[in-house]
Design a protein around this ligand. Structure first.
Ligand code: E4P
Length: 220
C-alpha cells in the first residue's frame, strides 16, 4: 500500500517526502483553506506541491455542474503533469469524469461512501476512487466495513483502465492497518497520523537502551 499525505501544508509535504515514503498528496478545499490559502494563489500552491512530490497530487474542482467541473479540471490538469483532478461522486461529477477521462485527464472521485458509487466512479473513467472511512465512524457506522465492501466489489471487475482505491478520511493508525489488510492501493493520511504510524514505544525504548550501552562502550 502506498502512502499519500492528505494536506495542503508545504512543510508537512517536504518533511514526509524527505522520509522517502511519500507517493502522492491529496488536497481539498477545506485543507487549502486551513492553510490560509487565497483564491488568487491556489494554482501556484498546486504547482508548488506538484514540484515537491514524485507522484499524483489531487486538486479538487468546486463547480457543481459538469461543464464547470470539466473546465476547472482542464485548467488544474494543465498546471503540472502529476495533477489528478478531484471530482465529487455526483451525477454531474460522473459526467465530468467521463469527459475528463476521454481527454486523457486522470480523475480521483471523492466523497465516495458506497459500493454503487464506487462502481459508477470506476465505470465513468475515474483512475482513483476515494472511499471515506472516518466520516462513517463519525455517524456511528463502521467506515472500515464500507471500505472492505468497496475494495471487494471493485476487485470483481475489469474496467478497462487502472482504478486505484484511496482509503480516505483516515483518522488514526488503525485505519491505516485496516486499509492495508484490505488491500487498498493507497491510504491518504494527515501528517499527524503518518507520524503516529511510525511511533512505537518499543522502538523508542530499544533505541534509548542501545544509546545507553554505547555510552559504556565509549567510556571503556
Ligand atoms: C480525501 O481525499 C479527503 O481529502 C480527506 O481524506 C477527508 O478527510 P476528513 O474526513 O478527515 O476531512
Amino acid at each position: 500500500m502506498k502512502f499519500f499525505l492528505d494536506t495542503a501544508n508545504i512543510a508537512e509535504i517536504e518533511e514526509a517526502a524527505g522520509w522517502g515514503v511519500l507517493s502522492g498528496v491529496t488536497t481539498n478545499p477545506t485543507l487549502y483553506s486551513r492553510e490560509g490559502g487565497r483564491l488568487a494563489d491556489f494554482h501556484d500552491h498546486v504547482i508548488r506541491i506538484c514540484a515537491l512530490v514524485d507522484g499524483p497530487v489531487s486538486a479538487e474542482v468546486v463547480g457543481l455542474e459538469r461543464g464547470e467541473m470539466v473546465s476547472e479540471g482542464a485548467e488544474l490538469a494543465a498546471l503540472a503533469p502529476n495533477v489528478i483532478v478531484k471530482v465529487p461522486t455526483t451525477s454531474e461529477g460522473l459526467a465530468a469524469t467521463r469527459e475528463l477521462a476521454a481527454r486523457g485527464v486522470k480523475v480521483n472521485m471523492t466523497l465516495c461512501f458506497t459500493v454503487p458509487q464506487a462502481l459508477m466512479a470506476a465505470r465513468a473513467g475515474a483512475s482513483f476512487v476515494s472511499p471515506f472511512i472516518g466520516r462513517f465512524d463519525d455517524i456511528s457506522e463502521d467506515g472500515v466495513e464500507h471500505l472492505a465492501n468497496i475494495v471487494g466489489a471493485l476487485r470483481n471487475y475489469d474496467f478497462g483502465h487502472k482504478v486505484e482505491v484511496i482509503a480516505a478520511s483516515v483518522r488514526h493508525p488503525q485505519h491505516v492497518v485496516a486499509a492495508a489488510l484490505l488491500g487498498a492501493d493507497i491510504a491518504t493520511v494527515p501528517f499527524a497520523v503518518l507520524k503516529k504510524c511510525l511511533q512505537h514505544p518499543l522502538t523508542e525504548k530499544g533505541l534509548a537502551a542501545f544509546l545507553a550501552d554505547w555510552e559504556k562502550v565509549k567510556n571503556s
